[in-house]
Design a protein around this ligand. Sequence first.
Ligand SMILES: Nc1ncnc2c1ncn2[C@@H]1O[C@H](COP(=O)(O)OP(=O)(O)O)[C@@H](O)[C@H]1O
Ligand SMILES: [Mg+2]
Length: 219
Amino acid sequence: MIELQGIKKIYRMGSQSLEALRGVSLKIGKGEFISIMGPSGSGKSTLMNIIGCLDTPTSGEYVLDGDKVAGLSFDQLAAVRNRKIGFVFQNFNLLPYATAWENVELPLLFDGKSARKRKERVTELLNAVGLYDWRAHRPSELSGGQQQRIALARALANDPPILLADEPTGNLDSKSGEEIMDVLTMLWKEGRTIVMVTHNDHVSARSQRIIRLFDGLII
Ligand SMILES: Nc1ncnc2c1ncn2[C@@H]1O[C@H](COP(=O)(O)OP(=O)(O)O)[C@@H](O)[C@H]1O
Ligand SMILES: [Mg+2]
């Protein structure tokens, strides 16, 4: 599903440059549940952003579900992202002035779904994360765990086969974190490929395989 070969990422800032990934090769099969671990600054988010087509590598090959990502234009990358990948972040990244309903509806609007389809799908997603009754609330009126469940519902709106989660439980108390992990585990059992960054051994223990990064390399 995900095949990285010799991926390097160099960030240039004026005359300075920083090699955040120094040759990462990795295969992730369809339906796998992977954790990425490593100290702060080791390149975890950089790797996730490349896997998620939010950023491109400086060099190396990336084949996603049979497509060579390197050759795609900006618009083509956006289309791949919208169809294939759902994202969840540590700080939820919900739109603060939009309601729970509107946040979940957003990817469906971008995808050009009709009003009837959107209503059906948002209802289904909010019920799946147990927050239909909270649909009119804004993020500030929800707990961290509830916000992350809304973010998960939004990530799933277009039914992507891959879910990327960058420290999804990092800002949550352990009980809310467990609830999020229960949802992720359920989504994995439904057949999705899940790649998750975490610092927490309890959280990574729920995955099938742990990839450890150190200083831009897999160790
Ligand atoms: N946009 C950027 N510009 C310059 N340097 C960056 C950028 N993003 C990350 N870095 C640097 O790249 C290295 C890896 O960062 P990151 O992938 O965020 O690590 P992690 O997620 O493991 O903490 C760090 O040294 C970080 O400072
Ligand atoms: Mg990070």
